[in-house]
Design a protein around this ligand. Structure first.
Ligand code: ZN
Length: 80
């Protein structure tokens, strides 16, 4: 969880609140889309770090550092 401290705003970009909570979750499950295709491991999906504003509900998702490290070599992702 500490990896977010260095790169994520500590205030909500929507309402400016500092009342934020964070957690981590898998980027894919049995019944949902694969949100970070090609960036997980052999038997597991990539992790998402999730930050939610406890005041307005804005929710932000961040690929974890392992997923980011795979991104430049992935054939599933293209630069905009
Ligand atoms: Zn907010």
């Amino acid at each position: 969880m500490s990896e977010l401290k260095h790169r994520v705003s500590r205030t909500c970009p929507e309402c400016g609140s500092a009342n934020l909570r964070q957690t981590a979750t898998a980027s894919a499950g049995a019944y949902g889309p694969v949100l970070l295709p090609g960036l997980g491991g052999f038997l597991h999906s990539a992790q998402l770090q999730v930050v939610v504003c406890a005041d307005c509900g804005l929710t932000r998702f961040y690929a974890d550092s392992n997923a980011l490290a795979k991104l430049p070599r992935s054939s599933r992702w293209f630069a905009l």
